[in-house]
Design a protein around this ligand. Structure first.
Ligand code: GLN
Length: 531
């Protein structure tokens, strides 16, 4: 029988429910239990693909091409599993299915309503994921805050599931904030009490309460929360600020959360094994060197826009015994001085014209000053434009994404994208194979001639200019299997100048760093040593 563990949030958003869910998953997984995870986003968008990163942070891309909430990135990284787009349930997806069924006549004769039709659909979507994944425990993180109107149908569906399956098959973990009022210096439990009351009004009694606070919860705070919220004191878990998110599982573990949950869920686990994880954590916490890497992007005001880059750098850094600090630079205001003292440059994902010229200037500096450079997707396309303009003298080179009449249009819309009338889920998405040429830097890094990486783009290197770019010294070392689509560009006589049309950051896991990030940081180290 599959068990379900719901993670809800109270008081305010941004309390780290995603990390809480992923950490609980990891702890259960470390006891030999097969885990999967679902994120529920109560917004009306069908997926995150059409949202600006400033709305909800980075859009994470899955192997099947799902454009999903960034919490799925945390699940994949913590649990080292591959998820599908079915693991991100949104109100849009639920309603779309219900309305489609209504049109098919599947509810013939009935009034179609949120309860029971939408709530039944939510339950069947959750259960289907559980069954398809073969997991013993499905962790379901409910986005938003208890009390939000848009979360109501999901909470109601969860309540019904507990009623149907019983308390040993359905557990609720509630995450709240425990603030300290500066003047008094006391940890305040009232917001927690209120949010639990809100949850109970819906018919849900939490089994575990995770209290977020700067400092660990004091014993008196723990007891007070237990008393007022009707849970045993050992079910009140302290979640103080951590230096690294990857410390959170151990923080929970030390408070006995794993054993408590195992007993509540009546699971009979194997012995504990967190060896690999702990080795990563030790390396990440005790780097022997520090580097600074510039990330010139257009959504830098919100670091969540680039979570997977920061993670990929952290994972590769730990493997090399170093910590790469990121200097966030807003592309629109870029000036060369912004790069002073950094050992490398990353130009990441992006859409639209804003910021593109600043990023091209940054790439130009890196190319002409032997500064290690890693360009990703948009960064890859801008590197091609920079090269065409300043190395090959094609002054008007640009992407037709920013300039319809670009001359020459070295980056152009992929032919299959022309004439699309819908923008949702229509980019070239997900895992795609790439063939790597032997004898190149890309081959040295991957050690393979065929790899798979995740994609998300509409534009590509215009096939008309490939010959000219290659003749000028920009080497396309990775291509699609049919050889038509350029996937990796590199400049051989540069310490490290590599750009990829794909997104290596999405496949980086703490214990499995990605080759392009490893190569980049190694080059940054070399550059540091030479300085
Ligand atoms: N805007 C570019 C494209 O659509 C790059 C996308 C990206 O960086 N993911 O091709």
């Amino acid at each position: 029988m599959i068990k379900y563990l719901f993670v809800t949030g109270g008081v305010l958003s941004g309390l780290g429910k995603g990390i809480t869910s992923a950490s609980i998953g990891l702890l259960l997984q470390s006891r030999g239990i097969k885990i999967t995870a679902i994120k529920i986003d109560p917004y009306l968008n069908c997926d995150a693909g059409t949202m600006n990163p400033y709305q909800h942070g980075e859009v994470f891309v899955l192997a099947d091409g799902g454009e999903v909430d960034m919490d799925l990135g945390s699940y994949e990284r913590f649990l080292n599993i591959d998820l599908t787009s079915e693991h991100n349930i949104t109100t849009g997806k639920v309603y779309q299915r219900v309305i489609e069924k209504e049109r098919q006549g599947r509810y013939l004769g009935q009034t179609v309503q949120i309860i029971p039709h939408a709530t039944d659909e939510i339950q069947s979507m959750i259960k289907r994921v559980g069954e398809a994944s073969g997991a013993e425990v499905v962790i379901i993180e409910l986005g938003g805050t208890v009390g939000d109107i848009e979360s109501m149908p999901f909470l109601e569906a969860a309540r019904q599931m507990r009623q149907e399956l019983g308390p040993e098959a359905c557990v609720f973990v509630h995450t709240t904030l425990v603030p300290v009022v500066q003047v008094v210096g006391e940890q305040k439990t009232k917001p927690t009490q209120h949010s639990v009351r809100e949850l109970r009004a819906i018919g849900i009694q939490p089994d575990v309460i995770v209290g977020r606070s700067h400092q660990p919860l004091q014993e008196a705070t723990r007891r007070k929360i237990a008393l007022f919220c009707d849970v045993p004191p050992e079910a009140v878990i302290s979640a103080p600020d951590a230096e690294l998110i990857y410390q959170v599982p151990s923080i929970f573990q030390e408070q006995g959360l794993t054993d408590y949950l195992l007993q509540r869920l009546q699971l009979h686990p194997g012995s504990r094994d967190l060896t690999e994880w702990k080795a990563y954590l030790t390396a990440a916490l005790h780097p022997s060197r520090q580097l600074q890497v510039a990330l010139v992007g257009k959504y830098t005001a919100l670091n969540d826009s680039y979570v997977s880059y920061a993670e990929a750098l952290a994972h590769a850094g730990a493997a090399l015994g170093l910590r790469a600090e990121i200097r966030w630079i807003e592309a629109e205001d870029f000036s060369e001085d912004d790069l002073s003292g950094v050992q490398g440059l990353i130009v990441p994902v992006g859409f639209g014209r804003r910021g593109s010229e600043g990023m091209i200037r940054a790439i130009h500096y890196a190319r002409t000053h032997a500064l290690p450079f890693l360009g990703i997707c948009y960064g890859f396309q801008l590197a091609v434009i920079e090269f065409a303009r300043y190395q090959l003298g094609m002054k008007g080179a640009n992407s037709t994404e920013f300039e319809a009449e670009a001359s020459p249009p070295v980056i152009d819309l992929m032919p299959e994208q022309a004439g699309l009338s819908r923008l949702g889920a229509t980019m070239r998405l997900g895992a795609q194979p790439v063939r790597i040429a032997r004898g190149t830097e890309a081959y040295r890094l991957y050690g393979q001639t065929e790899i798979e990486e995740r994609h998300r783009h509409r534009y590509e290197v215009n096939p008309k200019y490939i010959k000219q770019l290659e003749a000028g010294g920009l080497h396309f070392s990775g291509k699609s299997l049919d050889g038509r689509r350029m996937e990796i560009a590199e400049i051989p006589d540069h310490p490290f100048f590599i750009a990829s049309q794909f997104h290596p950051e999405f496949l980086s896991r703490p214990t499995h760093p990605r080759p392009l990030f490893l190569g980049f940081l190694r080059a940054c180290l070399g550059c540091d040593a030479a300085a």
